[in-house]
Write a protein that binds this ligand. Sequence first.
Ligand code: PLP
Length: 423
Amino acid sequence: MTHVFHRNPKKHLDIAVRGQGIEVFDQNNKSYIDASGGAAVSCLGHGHPAIIEAIKKQLDQIAYVHSSFFTTQVTEDLADFLQQHAPGELNHVYFLSGGSEAIEAALKLARQYFVETGQASRKYFIARRQSYHGNTLGALAIGGNATRRKPFLPLLVPAHHVSPCYAYRDQLAHESEEQYATRLADELEQKILELGTENVAAFVAETVVGATAGAVPPVKTYLQRIRQVCDRHGVLLILDEVMSGMGRTGHLFACDQDQVVPDIITIAKGLGAGYQPIGAMIASDRIYNAITGGTGFFQHGHTYMGHATACAAALAVQQVIQKEHLLKNVLARGEQLRTELHSALDGHPYIGDIRGRGLFTGVEFVQDKNTKAPFDPALKINSQLKTQAMHNGLMMYPSGGTIDGIHGDHVLLAPPFICTAAN
Ligand code: PLP
């Protein structure tokens, strides 16, 4: 009998005893290839000596100080690294302990920005259906899953939803990528006008959709059109790169590939690669200056923000990625993975789509390839696939499920950046 309140109390879990490189070993010494980095987290695999060393070194110096008393050198150095690599004027790094915290901070910062700049009526957030931004109340409110939101509705901030950018399912046969992008941008603009421009604070989107749709990248020009709509109406653009950022797509910031700079970006998972819990929100000069030039204080904060040991781990992770030129490997191995998946699976009657960017790949399963009809949700294809894969010693992350009455079965493959051509 366990006394841990596990996320799924009815499910049996084996005990992970150790990890080495791309493998995890359980209590019976059975090995599992970690092909999803857990949930796209462990981007350097397990047991990396340089990260362990950096954590030990920091622990020998000081593990933690509260951010209202001190900063630490590693916290400053990690912020410098992120500022140097972040696009545009995203120069102000606010550290947190994970993805949901980063999103909460982003929502509150957006709201405070408008209060500070005399636009207090801007209170609505617009996000997309089939999106995931975390499980805390703010993140849940904007997340695109009505079923998950339902029990908590009275507790949630006002949020509205538009269509996702999901070419495999929603791009029309006669539409080019650009036309599809424009149609979606028009939908966002209509939503802003319907709510009243003066009431809308921000549009929030994952740069590449992860947990709900299985590594779905935006079509060409989508994010640029969205940026233009936001700018036209003074609405902030928040890009959630909690899953897709920090090199997962082959670029440290996924939106670099789309040549779009948001006003706020959120990162987490790959930042600390699972060696320590850490996330961050990075804000533009414009937003930061509005706060510092206004009340001077962001009304937010958490006990563990800027945690020295977490920052030491994350800094070491980022240094390894740079020193070993791992982003090049991410691009090459990602291409290789999708090419091999295509040649192995394209003829399979149940494979609907194979997509992704860098080492962020999704495979969508359908009952009928021609109509793209999904499987009966009762079959629980996703959990069956996960169980079977674990039985065979492979970890892959099931995404999708039934969201707002629409069913989809996908798996996410997010192998560590250290994987080789032979893996
Ligand atoms: N945003 C995105 C895009 C995510 O994929 C996740 C987690 O999967 C989150 C936010 C929430 O992050 P966390 O689970 O660290 O709170």
